[in-house]
Write a protein that binds this ligand. Structure first.
Ligand code: FE2
Length: 402
């Protein structure tokens, strides 16, 4: 058999191991094929699985965290259990014991809950722990209707917590966001001195995530100035594309981007070399101003990840409840020996100590929280619209006080 034929067979096998058939339930990029990166974060204690997830090439890493607990392993934040992911997880089980607990620590993060039923089926003896106040959209269905096994499911706080002797669980929220509640439980894994969070905090850096080494198409797509440019793969193009992608993911419509007329977009589309799905046939409906990069400086760390509250969270979830966020940070600052933050999005691990938490608290206390101009203008418009329509309550804590 030729080397070429062997290579083709190997790549087909890889592709088959990355298939995720349930993607139509929540059709996020990269749809039916989820490439996974497996990493050991703390030797013999903490591991992570990363996949990409997003909308129309605005894709960022999403992470499942595996923690060593007495007698086995605990999974924090589900991911689609492709064959590729399960292979490494099964190897971990052989070395460290069975998966005994699967935790969905968020009430609102649809992107985290969508794969819980499938992951629960893969580990049929594990106890499932879910954040209270689960809700689904567009229909609010009971957990068992969406495939989460009732018999072995417990609710965090109401039914206790998994491994409270080695894990300190802290609630951020709940707050009312209209369609349901926002709440998540962070977990401080004492042995590894690591703080696990879902969406509460992220660390963003200028270097594109490793996942784009497997397929840089999304960041190359965003690196262009105009649709008729081919997807040029250089280090500069990758860094430029990643920064722009982060601006989109953070602000939905960044300040320094405009949308050209349909005529202008079509004029630059369908050029030779671009007539394929990968380059979206040259359709690129964005135009960046020359100084666009300046608008990413407060968002993206140049030499190390910048730890922050994600702008979407600050402006759309917590705009009227900054104190709730500060209270959570205050509780987190009690982990005196904390060394690292492992978030379920963007970079991980990120160096993060008690001092870093206190500095973050100070800067949030002083800053103009949930601003409404520059990059924040579009999020501000969305929030005001939702409040005006009555979708989002003006007082997000009222329903939990009554
Ligand atoms: Fe999330």
């Amino acid at each position: 058999m030729s080397i070429a034929s062997n290579k083709t067979k190997k790549s087909e096998a890889n592709r088959n191991n990355q298939i995720w058939s349930w993607w139509p339930l929540f059709p996020l990029y990269p749809y039916g094929r989820k490439r996974t990166i497996f990493k050991e974060i703390v030797a013999n204690q903490i591991w992570s699985f990363e996949q990409l997830q997003g909308i129309y090439y605005v894709a960022v890493p999403i992470r499942l965290i595996v923690a060593k607990i007495p007698g086995g392993l605990m999974l924090y934040n589900p991911l689609p259990p492709t064959k590729e992911l399960l292979k490494d997880l099964i190897e971990l089980q052989e070395k460290h014991g069975p998966v005994t607990d699967i935790v969905l620590p968020t009430a609102s993060g649809l992107e985290h809950k969508i794969s819980l039923p499938s992951l629960a089926r893969s580990f049929s003896k594990a106890t499932i722990w879910v954040c209270p106040g689960q809700w689904s959209f567009p229909l609010n269905l009971p957990l068992s209707w969406i495939g989460i096994p009732r018999r072995r499911t417990k609710v965090l706080s109401q039914d206790g917590f998994p491994h409270p002797d080695i894990c300190k669980w802290t609630s951020l929220g709940p707050i009312d966001i209209g369609l349901g509640r926002f709440q998540e439980f962070s977990c401080y894994h004492k042995r590894s001195k690591s703080l696990f969070v879902t969406d509460a905090l992220v660390g963003i850096e200028s270097k594109p995530p490793d996942l784009f080494e497997l397929d840089p198409t999304p960041i190359l797509f965003h690196s262009r100035e105009i649709g008729c440019q081919t997807l040029e793969d250089t280090k500069e193009a990758r860094f430029r594309g990643w920064k722009r992608l982060v601006l989109f993911a953070s602000f939905l419509k960044p300040y320094k981007v405009s949308i050209p007329s349909v005529f202008e977009v079509l004029k630059n589309s369908f050029k030779p070399g671009l007539r394929n799905f990968k380059s979206h046939f040259g359709i690129y409906p964005f135009s960046w101003e020359k100084d666009w990069e300046d608008s990413s400086r407060d968002l993206i760390g140049s030499t190390k990840p910048l730890v922050q509250v994600a702008p979407v969270l600050e402006r759309l979830v917590f705009p009227r409840s900054k104190e709730t966020f500060l209270n959570w940070l205050s509780k987190i600052s009690q982990h005196r020996d904390m060394k690292r933050l492992i978030s379920s999005h963007y970079s991980a691990p990120v160096t993060f100590s008690k001092n870093d938490v206190n500095q973050l608290r100070k800067s949030i206390s002083k800053k103009n929280w949930a601003p409404n101009s520059g990059n924040w203008a579009f999020l501000d418009w969305v929030d005001k619209k939702l409040v005006k329509l009555g979708v989002v309550p003006k007082d997000p804590l009222k329903s939990f006080r009554d």
